[in-house]
Design a protein around this ligand. Structure first.
Ligand SMILES: NC(=O)c1ccc[n+]([C@@H]2O[C@H](COP(=O)([O-])OP(=O)(O)OC[C@H]3O[C@@H](n4cnc5c(N)ncnc54)[C@H](OP(=O)(O)O)[C@@H]3O)[C@@H](O)[C@H]2O)c1
Length: 331
């Protein structure tokens, strides 16, 4: 096995953005390990993706207890590569994990109780071989647990030094506002919100981004490429190596409707006119908003990540381009 030495120029081309009004900066493009890093995946491939990411100045790696499959295996595999290749570079990395979705049997294996969050983070740290994560998230709001309990678990975790910052994910406007208020009162400000946001999923524009800006909380959209729909991947059918074709993929073939394909083809054409791939344009379109701290992409091959990273070459849009895109999205 070839030893890995990080590129000397790794900080030359990435842009770093302040996360809300915190002291932390994140790379404009971050890498998520939801798919493609589990035990079902190919070690050499995901190792190469991680190398490419770090060499390109991606300092932020996003995980969760349940990423795999099987659940937990993405953290195990990431931990192995941390020990093997990134030893000595921990202080150049922002590593996040989360708890909220189903992880183990019984009443303490999911949602938002203090019992679950504390136990789950201990398991995550063990799997990754870490003393602490940089960001720990409540992965989803729990309708049956008082928000005070979930937020005080995050506060405790930060005070114990098991995470440096607290975050929330998948919280709607009212829940997010309340969580941010509770965390502030506890003395552990909410660093960041991780919502689903892409050209095809725009609920955050209905108030959440305003709340986050007002409260000084960062925003890191997940699935910014709509799991691959906002790329050239599905322009002419469903490739066998695509997420939509994989049995454990979360993108279902039924999401690829004729109407979606018409939109994708038109957006692809607009991207070409801008001198970008559709993936690049979809990411630039999110990053044009200064309230977006970072876009959290996935990749099944190093080449995809290299392609996505070039979104940074062209972040600006003319009013005409924005109008053209809006017409496609709201048709
Ligand atoms: N908080 C939450 O609840 C939550 C939920 C979901 C995700 N997330 C986070 O967000 C991260 C990203 O989510 P995601 O994987 O759905 O993001 P995404 O960036 O929308 O989709 C990634 C997929 O798009 C395809 N792709 C990526 N770049 C491409 C390119 N340049 N050209 C062609 N195809 C490309 C690949 O699909 P193929 O595999 O088909 O090649 C890749 O696996 C996750 O890893 C996770 O960290 C969080």
């Amino acid at each position: 096995m070839m030893p890995y030495l990080p590129a000397a120029h790794r900080y030359d081309s990435m842009q770093y953005r302040r996360c809300g009004r915190s002291g932390l900066k994140l790379p404009a493009v971050s890498l998520g390990l939801w798919h493609n890093f589990g035990h079902v995946d190919v070690y050499e491939n995901y190792r190469a993706i991680l190398h490419l990411a770090f060499d390109a100045g991606i300092t932020h790696f996003d995980l969760a207890n349940n990423y795999g499959p099987p659940p937990g295996s993405a953290e195990e595999n990431f931990g192995r590569i941390l020990r093997q290749d990134f030893r000595g570079y921990r202080d150049e990395m922002i590593i996040s994990s989360k708890a909220g979705y189903h992880m183990w049997e019984g009443p303490y294996g999911e949602w938002g109780s203090k019992k679950y969050l504390i136990a789950s983070l201990d398991q995550s740290l063990q799997r990754m071989g870490l003393d602490y994560v940089d960001i720990f998230y409540s992965h989803r709001p729990d309708p049956d647990t008082p928000l005070e309990e979930t937020m005080s678990a995050l506060d405790l975790i930060v005070r114990q030094g098991k995470a440096l910052y607290a975050g929330i994910s998948n919280y709607q406007n009212k829940e997010a506002e309340e969580a941010i208020r509770i965390l502030k009162a506890l003395g552990t400000p909410c660093l960041i919100h991780q919502p689903k946001y892409s050209m095809f999923e725009r609920w955050v524009e209905g108030g959440l981004l305003d709340i986050l800006e007002r409260e000084g909380v960062g925003c890191i959209p997940f699935s910014p490429l709509a799991q691959g729909l906002l790329t050239d991947k599905y322009l002419s059918g469903i490739p066998t190596d695509s997420r939509a074709a994989k049995p454990h993929g979360f993108l279902k073939e039924t999401a690829i409707t004729d109407e979606r394909l018409r939109q994708i083809r038109t957006l692809h054409h607009i991207a070409q006119q801008r001198g970008q791939t559709l993936a690049q344009m979809a990411l630039s379109w999110l990053l044009k908003d200064p309230r977006i701290t970072s876009v959290l992409v996935g990749a099944s091959r190093p080449e995809q990540l290299a392609d996505s990273l070039r979104c940074l070459d062209r972040l600006a849009f003319s009013p005409e381009e924005l109008a053209q895109i809006e017409a496609v999205l709201t048709r």
